[in-house]
Design a protein around this ligand. Structure first.
Ligand SMILES: Nc1ncnc2c1ncn2[C@@H]1O[C@H](COP(=O)(O)OP(=O)(O)OP(=O)(O)O)[C@@H](O)[C@H]1O
Ligand SMILES: Nc1ccn([C@@H]2O[C@H](COP(=O)(O)O)[C@@H](O)[C@H]2O)c(=O)n1
Length: 215
């Protein structure tokens, strides 16, 4: 019996991961930040001194990735996002990761996956799809605050430029570009705090989710 899946997509630093974690905690669902899977492949290539565009080696790493060992604290470093988005253009890497992400998505009683292609490719049958956005300036401000609080010295302008560059690459790639699924609910959090975004998502989930029933 398949579990209930909440599919969350959106551009960098839109707040999709924060929202996904709140939903998972509130409903007792398993959460997968699929961005970490692309980041882990990029990290492994960088550590091994392998060029980021070596599709064969990248796909081999992707097909053996241990989803249980993804360490958000180290992989979420700002610089790895750029490397991950270069790795994420390669179809063989995506195919390997999507297969494992789909296995994860079937876990009972339910799952929340966040990324760029969850509603369109990984879980097109998900009963609830959210596309989380905010203006580039708001997203850059949030990410800048996060990076500054961690003691790192990037300027706001550098963060904004990085986010725009990564969003452009993610949206323009041929395989599984960043875009909302046709049946996704748009959630613009530019003027919402984390709690308001969660309340809006909860209304949509509660309208579709009956605990104990299969999806
Ligand atoms: N609605 C919100 N209001 C204010 N701050 C928020 C909101 N949502 C998220 N944040 C903050 O913005 C930053 C980015 O959020 P988060 O990491 O969830 O984004 P993301 O879309 O998952 O990013 P990435 O694509 O890099 O994985 C975090 O510091 C988070 O605490
Ligand atoms: N489903 C996904 C998730 C992520 N990516 C790529 O990984 C990069 C890093 O993701 P974050 O969510 O951690 O920022 C992202 O820029 C994408 O290139 C993806 O393609 N598909």
């Amino acid at each position: 019996m398949a579990g209930f899946t909440v599919a969350i997509d959106g551009p960098a630093a839109s707040g999709k991961g924060t929202l996904a974690r709140h939903i998972a905690e509130s409903y007792g669902f398993h959460h997968l930040d699929t961005g970490l899977t692309y980041r882990a492949v990029a990290r492994a290539l960088l550590d091994a001194g392998v060029p980021l565009d070596d599709e064969r080696q990248a796909a081999a790493i992707a097909s053996q990735l241990d989803f249980g060992g993804l360490d958000r604290a180290t992989l979420s470093a700002h610089g790895i996002g750029e490397a991950a988005s270069r790795v994420a253009v390669m179809p063989q890497v995506r195919a390997a990761l999507v297969k494992a992400q789909q296995r994860f998505a079937a876990r009972p009683p339910g799952t929340v996956l966040d990324g760029r292609d969850i509603g369109t490719v990984v879980c097109p049958q998900a009963p609830v799809k959210l596309f989380v956005t905010a203006t580039p300036e708001v997203r850059a401000r949030r990410r800048y605050d996060e990076i500054s609080a961690a003691g790192n010295g990037l300027s706001y302008d550098a963060v904004l430029a990085d986010l725009k560059k990564r969003d452009a690459r993610d949206s323009a790639r041929t395989d599984s570009p960043l875009r909302p699924a046709e049946d996704a609910h748009l959630l613009d959090t530019s003027e919402m705090d984390i709690e308001a975004a969660f309340r809006a998502a909860k209304r949509l989930i509660d309208a579709a989710y009956a605990p104990g029933a299969s999806s």
